[in-house]
Design a binder for this molecule. Structure first.
Ligand code: PRP
Ligand code: URA
Length: 367
């Protein structure tokens, strides 16, 4: 995988992005393997002489990102780089437009970093700014690069993956859910609608088997899935808000329940109930919980399912935090996770930001 970050002078934003991504790869994979990843940066106006700006280096070092390459000269973006990289990620739309209008390049390989990860934030130029300005730039880049890692599934090897299911209809419905003025019944309907879309995506590789049927015209071998081989397992309470939607499209699926609540002081999940259909161990379990915050509830739920011998688990959730996803991936490398959005982070109370608030309360009106 070859990724090139591009800004103006290649002394601040793109070079920070390059070193942040290399560091995160090192953290997650134990080392930054240059045979597997080639991460670099360039500037559309770089003078090929300057080095990383003093404040960019200072802020990277404050965040324990040290490199012997900080005295490397900046690089001017050129024609050759286009062929050498799989993806070119610019820090703003202006840089992307510049590349598309001045170079012969496949527009499918050039994105702003934000748009590539499904965000909207532009990374303004901190050049000549104070250390604080650079800190803000660092934080924005760091968040976007967390999302980049998930988007590329770089951390997942060929094991379980995180799928952020992107579709205008999902984004639209989720935006309405996020609005604090959306009422309980509307919230519930939207939660079910989005769950259907997530289920649709999660079942895209599900086995279909031949069954002979007769249309009004003739006999045929029709392809069907074995719905009864699917167990929709809800994490109580809020997971119930996803169940009706999925049962609408999978009416013969079985249903399991896991009773957990999150202790608001320790933020740890507390188990109070579990009930599963027989033979759950041979079933494909779709684990439903609209929110992955610290990830504790899903980790505990997966442990419960594994205790029952379940091998095939897919997690479906509306909104996840990067921290929560990381926790799940750290514990289980074989689980596929389907989410409608990966949000920014958690606040001090363990709520997802921007999130949608307490999903259970909004589904059941228990404010
Ligand atoms: C919410 C949500 C998840 C959990 C997520 O449930 O539905 O189950 O929090 O947080 P975590 O990732 O930090 O574990 P809550 O505990 O509020 O219970 P409820 O569904 O009964 O409202
Ligand atoms: N549980 C929720 O319902 N919402 C959050 O933001 C975090 C945990």
């Amino acid at each position: 995988m070859k990724i090139l970050f591009v800004c103006t002078g290649n002394t601040c934003r793109s070079v920070m992005a390059e070193f942040i991504l290399k560091e995160k790869l090192k953290e997650k994979l134990g080392e930054y393997d240059e045979n597997k990843f080639q991460i670099d940066s360039a500037g559309i106006m770089a003078d090929n002489v300057s080095v990383i700006s003093r404040n960019a280096k200072k802020v990277l070092e404050e965040n324990y990102i040290k490199s012997s390459f900080y005295d490397r000269k900046c690089k001017l973006f050129d024609e050759k780089m286009i062929e050498n990289y799989d993806i070119i990620l610019t820090v703003t739309l202006r840089h992307k437009d510049f590349i598309l209008s001045n170079f012969k390049v496949d527009s499918e390989n050039v994105f702003t970093l934000s748009e590539f990860v499904g965000d909207v934030c532009e990374i303004e130029d901190p050049f000549m700014g104070s250390v604080d300005t650079y800190r803000i730039t660092f934080n924005k880049l760091s968040l976007l690069i967390d999302k980049l890692l998930y988007k590329l599934n770089i951390l997942e090897d060929n094991m379980g993956k995180v799928y952020e299911v992107k579709h205008p209809l999902i984004t639209h419905k989720l935006s309405i859910m996020r609005d604090k003025n959306t009422n309980v019944s509307e919230f519930r309907n939207l939660c079910n609608d989005i769950s259907i879309f997530l289920g649709y995506e999660a079942l895209k590789d599900f086995e279909v088997v031949n069954e002979e049927i007769e249309t009004p015209i003739t006999k045929m071998n029709a392809k069907k899935i074995n719905e009864e081989n699917i167990t929709l397992t809800v994490v109580l309470r809020a997971g119930l808000g996803m169940l009706d939607g999925l049962l609408k499209v999978l009416p013969k699926a079985k249903v399991g329940h896991i009773g957990l609540y999150r202790d608001e002081t320790t933020l740890k999940a507390v188990e109070y109930f579990s009930k599963f259909p027989t033979n759950i161990e041979n079933s494909c379990v779709m684990l439903l919980d609209p929110m992955i915050a610290t990830g504790g509830s899903i980790v505990d739920s997966i442990n419960i399912l594994k205790r029952y011998g379940v091998k095939n688990i897919k997690v479906l959730s509306l909104i996840a935090s990067p921290e929560g996803l990381q926790k799940i991936k750290d514990e289980f490398s074989d689980i596929d996770i389907y989410v409608a959005a990966i949000d920014e982070n958690l606040n001090e109370k363990g709520y997802i930001v921007p999130g949608l608030g307490d999903a259970g309360d909004r589904i059941f009106g228990t404010f």
